[in-house]
Design a binder for this molecule. Structure first.
Ligand code: ZN
Length: 273
C-alpha cells in the first residue's frame, strides 16, 4: 500500500490539511503502507518557496514524516513532457487557443453530469482545427466518451462520464504550466500510488484521472477514498486565507501539537455522502 500527501504551496497549512494528513498517515500505518510527500507546485504563478518551507516545517512540527524524500512537481517537467509526447505520438493531444473566458462563455458548455459544481465543460472547439503545439497554445487530450465506474472506499459506488463533465482535458495551459489533473495522474501512476486519500472536493475529478491513467499506461487504477471536508460553514470550504485555522497562527497563539491534532480529527465523517 502506497499513499501520498500532496499539498500545494500556495498558502499555509490549515486544519483541513491536518485532517487529511491524519487519515493518510493513519491508513498507511494501519495497513503497513508507505506515505509519499509530493509538493504540488506545478502552478508557477501561485506557489512560493516561502510557503513550501512553512509547509514542511509545520508538517515536521505535527510529526508527519514521509517514508521517502519528498518530490516537487516543478522538478519533474521532463517526466511530464515525456508522457505528454507519448500521448501526442498516439494522436491524442491537440492544440487549443481558447481562453478561459471563451470556454466559460461557450454555448451549451454545461455538461449534464455537473451537479452545481460550477464546472465548465470544454465543448471541443479546437478539436479538429490542427493548431501546432507551439508556445502560447494549450494542450488538450481527447477523452473517450466512456463511463467510468469505481467504488470509493468511503463514498460508495460512483459513475462518472468525464467527456460530459469536463470535456477534453487541458494538460498544459497556454502559459506552459502543466495542469493539476495531468500531473497528479502521471505522478500517482509513476510513483506507484495504490491508495488516494483526499477530500470530497476532488471526487468529481476521479473519473477523468482514472481514464487519463489508462491512456498513459496504468493497468490497475488506484483505490480512492474521499473524506468529508472540514467546513468553515455549511457551504464554505476552509481556505488558506482563513487565518483562524492556519497552523502557523495556532502555533503562534500557543496551541500544542496535541491540541491541533485533536481538533482536526473531530467531525470528519468518512461514511457515504
Ligand atoms: Zn480550444
Amino acid at each position: 500500500m502506497v499513499t501520498r500527501f500532496a499539498p500545494a504551496p500556495t498558502g499555509y497549512l490549515h486544519l483541513g490539511h491536518v485532517a487529511n494528513a491524519q487519515l493518510v498517515w493513519g491508513e498507511a500505518r494501519a495497513r503497513g503502507g508507505r506515505v509519499l510527500l509530493r509538493i504540488e507546485d506545478h502552478d508557477r504563478e501561485r506557489c512560493t518557496p516561502e510557503y513550501e518551507a512553512a509547509l514542511l516545517e509545520d508538517l515536521a512540527w505535527l510529526g508527519f514524516a514521509p517514508d521517502e524524500p519528498f518530490v516537487r512537481q516543478s522538478e519533474r517537467h521532463d517526466i511530464y513532457l515525456r508522457v505528454a509526447n507519448q500521448l501526442t505520438r498516439e494522436g491524442l493531444v491537440y492544440g487549443c487557443t481558447c481562453t478561459r473566458a471563451e470556454v466559460q462563455g461557450s454555448q451549451g458548455s454545461r455538461g449534464p453530469g455537473v451537479r452545481g459544481s460550477g464546472e465548465v465543460r470544454y465543448p471541443g472547439t479546437c478539436r479538429g482545427v490542427g493548431h501546432a503545439l507551439n508556445h502560447g497554445v494549450g494542450w488538450r487530450v481527447r477523452l473517450p466518451s466512456d463511463e467510468v465506474r469505481f467504488d470509493d472506499r468511503w463514498c460508495g459506488p460512483q459513475v462518472q462520464v468525464p467527456a460530459q463533465q469536463c470535456g477534453d482535458l487541458l494538460i498544459r495551459d497556454r502559459l506552459g504550466n502543466w495542469t493539476y489533473q495531468f500531473v497528479a495522474t502521471v505522478d500517482d501512476h509513476l510513483q506507484g500510488v495504490t491508495d488516494v486519500i483526499r477530500g470530497r472536493d476532488l471526487l468529481d475529478s476521479t473519473g477523468r484521472q482514472i481514464l487519463l491513467g489508462q491512456m498513459i499506461g496504468r493497468t490497475t487504477p488506484a483505490t480512492f477514498a474521499h473524506h468529508a471536508l472540514i467546513m468553515k460553514s455549511e457551504t464554505q470550504k476552509l481556505s488558506k486565507s482563513d487565518r483562524d485555522t492556519g497552523i502557523r497562527d495556532l502555533r503562534a497563539a500557543g496551541w500544542t501539537r496535541e491540541r491541533v491534532l485533536a481538533i482536526s480529527s473531530t467531525g470528519l465523517p468518512t461514511g457515504p455522502v
